[in-house]
Design a protein around this ligand. Structure first.
Ligand code: ADP
Ligand code: MG
Length: 355
């Protein structure tokens, strides 16, 4: 398809929205390039499904427009948008066979029988459904039914985008991993734009080239997994992505220079002009904190072994600072000092990174 663009989008399920909380989507402006593999990542209730339904046409936005390339599709019905959508829970016809379920989206569009047959068999093979093609869908397990749902989303060769809304929720963990790799492979084969919605950072980061992180009805960052890791634009991205998430520490300014309880902190953020923000924080991921001869004095309070890494919890006054150390790195027994890598330490004002 063409590029997908969302302009000034706002959506409320309330008839006359007044308070900020009445808006399920508060403000979304985005461009998705053609052919990309995208993940839409955020906790339950942040507006992911609402956004997908607006793109597919199931929901009409309260404000704003949706464009496919130059074309304004905001007023077009779903079936004129040429988008396939796979929902969180299986949507299938129980009384039909697996074969007929997969064939349905094609027959519905008048595709000729031989082509229907070859597409159905191809998709069935990919999803390990070949043995079951002749069976009635009603007899299948939840896994099997969701695989049919996925197949129905993937079967049309002519769609411009395929959107998956937490499609692996009902699938068991082993199969989940398999299907996720398959979807990624498939994206490379068909080249259609794919938007994969999830609340699971591992799923998002393994599937997508670009991740859209949503929080409370807003897109807080749109970037590659590396960008989300190295330079979170918002404290939400800092603590939601990573395990453990980013350290967020109280910050004061002394002549524009960030201080942590009187310790001057060097950061990647430039000089700070503004002091009239509600909350100023220093953000540094545990990967970029290390023990040092000189630095912020801390007490080591807990060490957890996480395989190839150790997570070390330290404390300065009543503030916890976490470090992620490689196996074999020395961990001081009690009193120690830590330093932050200045190139990966950022200042956040009211949640947003300062450049
Ligand atoms: P997500 O998919 O990220 O879990 P949703 O888009 O489903 O989030 O929901 C966003 C917000 O909109 C939530 O507060 C949810 O309760 C509300 N919401 C979603 N669908 C409806 C609906 N049909 N009617 C009223 N409120 C809804
Ligand atoms: Mg949802």
């Amino acid at each position: 398809m063409a590029m997908l663009e969302l302009k000034d989008l706002r959506h409320s399920y309330v008839k006359q929205p007044e308070a900020e909380d009445d808006w399920a989507l508060k403000q979304v402006d985005m461009r998705w390039e053609d052919g990309g593999a995208y993940a839409l990542l955020g906790p339950s209730g942040c507006g992911k499904t609402t956004l997908l339904n607006i793109i597919s046409g199931l929901v009409r936005p309260t404000e704003g427009r949706v464009f496919f390339g130059e074309r304004d599709v905001t007023d077009l019905p779903t079936d004129e948008r040429n988008i396939a959508q796979v929902f969180q829970f299986p949507v299938i016809y129980d009384t039909m066979t697996v074969y007929d379920n997969l064939a349905f989206p094609l027959r519905n569009r008048g595709v000729a029988a031989p082509e229907v047959d070859s597409r159905v068999r191809e998709i069935a093979a990919m999803l390990d459904l070949t043995e079951m093609l002749a069976r009635r869908a009603s007899g299948l397990t939840a896994d099997g039914k969701q695989k049919i749902s996925l197949g129905r989303g993937l079967v049309r060769a002519d769609v411009s985008a395929i959107m998956f809304d937490e499609p692996l929720t009902v699938i068991d963990p082993h199969l989940k991993w398999l299907l996720r790799s398959k979807l990624k492979e498939l994206h490379q084969e068909v080249g259609a734009t794919m938007i994969y919605v999830t609340h699971d950072q591992t799923e998002a980061l393994t599937f997508a080239d670009q991740v859209v992180v949503m929080h409370e009805g807003r897109v807080v960052q749109f970037g590659t997994p590396v960008e989300l890791f190295e330079r979170p634009r918002h404290t939400f991205v800092g603590h939601f992505i990573g395990s453990p998430g980013m350290n967020l520490l109280p910050c004061e300014l002394d002549n524009g220079r960030p201080q942590f309880f009187g310790h001057s902190i060097e950061t990647g953020s430039g000089a700070l002009a503004t002091t009239d923000v509600a909350a100023l924080e220093i953000g540094v991921r545990p990967e970029f904190v290390s023990f040092a001869e000189e630095g912020i004095p801390v007490e080591v309070i807990k060490v957890s072994d996480a395989g190839r890494y150790s997570v070390v919890e330290t404390r300065h006054r009543d503030v916890i600072i976490k470090l992620l150390l490689q196996e074999g790195e020395r961990i001081p027994s009690e009193k120690a000092a830590v330093r932050f890598d200045p190139g990966h330490t950022w200042i956040y004002a009211d949640g947003w990174v300062q450049s």
